[in-house]
Design a protein around this ligand. Sequence first.
Ligand SMILES: [Zn+2]
Length: 258
Amino acid sequence: MPALQPVAIPALTDNYIWAMVHPKKKTCLIVDPGEALPVQHFLEQHQLSLSHILITHHHQDHTGGLSELLDTHAPIITGSSRSPCPYIKHPVKDQIHFTVPDLELEFETIEIPGHTLCHTAFLTQDVLFTGDTLFSAGCGRIFEGSVPMMYASLQKLAHLHPSTRLFCGHEYTVANLDFALTVEPDNQAAQQHKNWALHQTAVQRPTLPSTLSLEYKINPFLRCSEPSVIQAAEQHAYQTLNHPIEVFKILRQWKDQF
Ligand SMILES: [Zn+2]
């Protein structure tokens, strides 16, 4: 089976709307349409029908295009059963498997609350749509959940297969790596990846997808048990930290002020 290749549709300031296309059926699945126009252009350019939409969470920059898209298309819209988004007609809970026949794809849901309480990731083969929970070299802010909740959600994702490819909701990689290198100035993998990400950005190409195996090396929020990260967090907080969750809490506060 050929590797699935989601396509990035840039939207708003730094959002990515992801598209999956069935080239023979000319059908398309869209993830998190924060605005309608770039999706309309993509569909017209490739002469596709919009079959399905996945919503990772209810924030406007991930759902703002739904109303307009529904004026001219009739996609099935899947999202969390906890989501306040009124357009979700196929509500799902955690660990649900569902098929999208028009794309010949099977998805699994992974509830990852923290950024919002309804946040859900979608996994198909090695493709993971992480929304605003896990970014390359970073993680989302905690708006609705708690620190332990967000930590547990990130750990859930971290335990997927290391070859899992991450399709995130924003292009934040360079800024995230600036923070990662403040935490771990001697992290060679993060420095190398920053050089690559700067080049990608300069030629206006996405730095995504990332992979879990890369994130283990460069993402401080997945490295809360590493001695170098623990030491940096302890120095920042002027206290001894005895659990990875405490390290994560300090990192998240540090990044919020960075
Ligand atoms: Zn968000």
